[in-house]
Design a protein around this ligand. Sequence first.
Ligand code: ATP
Ligand code: MG
Length: 112
Amino acid sequence: MKKIEAIIRQESVDDVRQALSTAGVTGLMISEIEGHGKQNGVVQQWRGEKYKIELLPKARIEIIVKDKDVERISKAIIESSRTGEIGDGKIFIYPVDDAIRIRTGEKGEVAL
Ligand SMILES: Nc1ncnc2c1ncn2[C@@H]1O[C@H](COP(=O)(O)OP(=O)(O)OP(=O)(O)O)[C@@H](O)[C@H]1O
Ligand SMILES: [Mg+2]
């Protein structure tokens, strides 16, 4: 199993959730986060004064998937969130040792 962690624009959440549902994803986590990439936030101008926003709000979607589904689901996220502009976000993939459904005690992929 792998964890797919996608940091995306907040405006993309609805489209990505729809794409994930179509791709057969049944469980996921979504949280609001703040962060920055290589532009280190954006410089904006307000009343003639330039100031730097160092952290921008983003959405984090985490999904634990079977190894065989990693490519397909990552692609669904990319296709539903990519604008081509800076700040589109990033996907990180992590190994997952195990999963346990608390109600039944099921372990591994059947617990997803
Ligand atoms: N190396 C990183 N480690 C942890 N989080 C990151 C990293 N890079 C980006 N992020 C997270 O992803 C969000 C979006 O990053 P962003 O899309 O701006 O990346 P980027 O590398 O600057 O690419 P781009 O040039 O397309 O903007 C950040 O706000 C941050 O939350
Ligand atoms: Mg950036």
